[in-house]
Structures are given as C-alpha cells and as structure tokens.
Design a protein around this ligand. Sequence first.
Ligand code: ASP
Length: 333
Amino acid sequence: MTNRRNFIKTATIASVAVALNSFKAEAEENELPAIKKSVRKPIVLSTWRFGIQANEAAWNVLKNNGRALDAVEAGVKIPEGDPEERSVGYGGRPDRDGRVTLDACIMDELSNIGSVGCLEFIKHPISVARAVMEKTPHVMLVGEGALSFALTQGFKKENLLTKESEKEWKEWLKTSQYKPIANIENHDTIGMIALDTNGNLSGACTTSGMAFKMHGRLGDSPIIGAGLYVDNEVGAATATGHGEEVIRISGSNLVVELMRQGHSPQKACEEAVARIVKLMNNRKKNLKDIQVGFIALNKEGEYGSYCVQGGFNYAVCDATGNRLIDAEYFLKS
Ligand code: ASP
C-alpha cells in the first residue's frame, strides 16, 4: 500500500515535472523569434554611395567588438579625406567666396555631443567635433574659434580647395546664381549611424554643405537634432539634402521620437518626409526643387529610409555584407 502510494506520488511529481518542462520548452520556443530579432548587431548605415567605402572602415571597428563611436568616426573620415568626393571635407565645393567651410557633428550612446560649423582648413572636421565633445565644456564651436581650437589640438592647417573645385567655383561666378538642384548639384553629406556588439548606438555627420552657399551659412549637418540624433534607448537617425528643410522640422530628432512612439525606422522616416512635404505645400514651395533623405536605425538593428524624390541611396553593412540600397521616395512624378 505504502509502496503503491509512493509510486503514485512519484509518478505524479514526475508527470508534473514533464508537463512543466514541456511548458518551459514551449515558452522558450515562443520567445525564440523575439530573441533572434534583437540580435541584429553590429550594423552600420550611411548615406549615399560613398557610404559603401565608409561602411568598410566602420565595419573594421565593429567586427572587432569596437565602439560604435569609434566606428562612425573612422567611417566618415574616408570621404572627408578623399579629394574626389566634392561634397565632404578635403576637395569639397567652396562657398560663394571661394572658401571651403565644413560642418560636422558627432553623438554617442551617453548623449555626449560635439559639433563644428563653418570650419576652414581642417581635413577632418568630424575629429574636431569629437574633440569639442571630449575636451571642452561646450558642444559647438564655429568659424575662427573652431579653427583656433583645432590648431591647439594638433590638427594641421591645410588648403582644402582643390583645382577642380576652384575651377567649378570660377565657372559658377559667371552667373552667381544660387539654385541648388536636387540630386544634380552634388552637395551630399555623409551621415552614419551604427549599433555595436554591446548594443550601443552612435552617429556622425559631416559635409562641405551646399555648394556656393553664403559665407557663414550653416546647414543641418552640424546641428544635433537636425542632421543627426542618437538616443541609446530608442535609435538613431541622420539626414542629407536641403539642410534648411531638415532644420525646419528638427528632422533627425523627429525621426527618433517617432521611433520612440512605436514606429518602425521606415515608417518614422516616411512620417518625417511627410512633415516636410506638408510644410513645403503650406509655404507654396515646389517640392521638386528640394531633396531630403533620412536613414534610421533602432535598438533592435532594424533600419529604414525615405526621401522626398528618387535618386537617394544609402549603404548598409552587417554580418551579411555591405550593400547600396535605393531609398523609397514620396514624389513619384
Ligand atoms: N544637408 C547638407 C546641407 O544642407 C547638404 C546635403 O546633405 O546635401 O548643408
């Protein structure tokens, strides 16, 4: 009798244990896709076709478990240092006075920020922005102040106006008409956002701005919240195109806030572009005259992009490779 009772007791405990185990297994099975979804890292995204090469440099940092901040700085330095790239750093097109003035900003996972605007003679403004972030009590330095600071930090003073850019500027002076044409006059910025193996986000953004702009003009690219924004709890976004329109809607911050509200990176970029479209319409401006593109990345490593009109592309690099993607766009005709 005792034996029988013990047998029943043991059998009952065993079957409860089996049931519990299978319940646990089922629960784990159910959770698996969610876990898988959250491990899409490291990953790096950047604007335009020069993003491919820039991503390679960033990937070298990310694949060795490096910090996203180091990755984005190393990445955007590639087009900055390339005189063939006529819209970023060395070789960038000048303003209407023939001066190459550069804008850049950087933001890390702790919301440390640094930025330079209208900086002349320094090939890598992104590194000066990082120095502003790490070595000053400020977040933004412009013009002569930014240059003096850069020189104290050991950056070399160089002529950034190449023969080609000078030639184009002299040609432009003949008409002196400031009429940037979307996707044709090459004014593209490199914006880069990355998620590292520790799950931390950072971003960088650097440009020579709109060719033949007024001297002293700042675009969106050195403005945290406009050209770039990172929130390590949510995601990161960066912008390219007509900076005035991006600033008007605090573009990159808007994209990140839309992701915080639950939108996917793709949908957040679409909503931000819709906001630009609405304001252009309200102001009776022709949408065909402008281009703005956003790229966005969230904490799960999901990404998206959207722009006003066709022609904008971006580069994505993760464990599956490095590729150029044509962004979806609003203006179909
Ligand atoms: N956003 C840059 C600026 O307004 C230019 C660009 O990305 O095309 O200076």
